[in-house]
Design a protein around this ligand. Structure first.
Ligand code: SAM
Length: 216
């Protein structure tokens, strides 16, 4: 009889600062080298799924939005379509953020890991984390910091427009560790409850992963 193994993560692992900084340097170098991979044309269906992802954030004109791991800014024109008050693009890679600056006006770029992002307490309405959740090395401090910056009822949209199983490919190809996405509502609930989040939605389709968290 084949054995079916169900993975269920109860809490984020703790990671030493030096190890986090080492892996983040590897990531920044890697993504700076391959940044053209993130330019159009995108695989079939991806532009439509990116629209679904940004729409799920329910961005209002009074909102402050942070695109975590923005890369070259694939989400930025879609976010701008909702005309929010403020858009920040945050990334580890200076080169990725240079592309954002060249391509889009009215976006503030912030270099560095999300766990150290120093926006004021309760100042952000929406965090988007597209194709970046598996890359967040220190998820514990990252989500503590995200929770600190979120306003009550603020949202976090964790997504991948190629689906959760794309991480299998990344695990083989990337020169740094890549984590899995939460697979179920109970797993997501257990992981994010300690940071004050409720799970609003989990969509786990073959080619679209979308987890919506609400804070406070
Ligand atoms: C796979 S790319 C995705 C880029 C973009 N979101 C997209 O959908 O095209 C992941 C990006 O996340 C950035 N990143 C990884 N860990 C990060 C962290 N802790 N804080 C901020 N950005 C991070 C990387 O530098 C990289 O540009």
């Amino acid at each position: 009889m084949p054995r079916i193994q169900i993975r269920f993560t109860m809490a984020f692992k703790h990671i030493k600062d030096e190890e986090c900084e080492r892996i983040n340097r590897l990531q920044a170098d890697y993504f700076s080298r391959v940044k053209q991979v993130f330019d159009p044309p995108y695989p079939e269906g991806v532009p439509e799924r990116l629209e679904i992802i940004v729409k799920a954030a329910e961005i209002k004109t009074s909102d402050t939005v942070v695109d975590i791991g923005s890369g070259t800014g694939v989400l930025i024109p879609l976010i701008q379509g909702f005309n929010p008050e403020m858009i920040y693009a945050n990334d580890l890679s200076k080169s990725m953020l240079s592309s954002v600056k060249e391509r889009y006006q009215g976006v503030l770029t912030i270099l560095g890991g999300i766990r150290n992002l120093a926006l004021p307490d309760h100042s952000v309405d929406v965090f988007l984390i597209n194709a970046c959740y598996p890359n967040l090395v220190d998820k514990d401090r990252s989500f503590k910091n995200i929770a600190r910056m979120l306003k009550p009822w603020g949202r976090v949209i964790i997504s991948h427009p190629m689906g959760r199983s794309f991480t299998d490919f990344l695990k083989r190809e990337m020169p740094f560790p890549v984590d899995d996405f939460p697979v179920s509502l109970p797993e997501a609930g257990n992981l994010f409850k300690p940071y004050g989040f409720r799970v609003r939605t989990l969509i786990d389709h073959e080619n679209l992963y979308l987890l919506i968290l609400e804070w406070g």
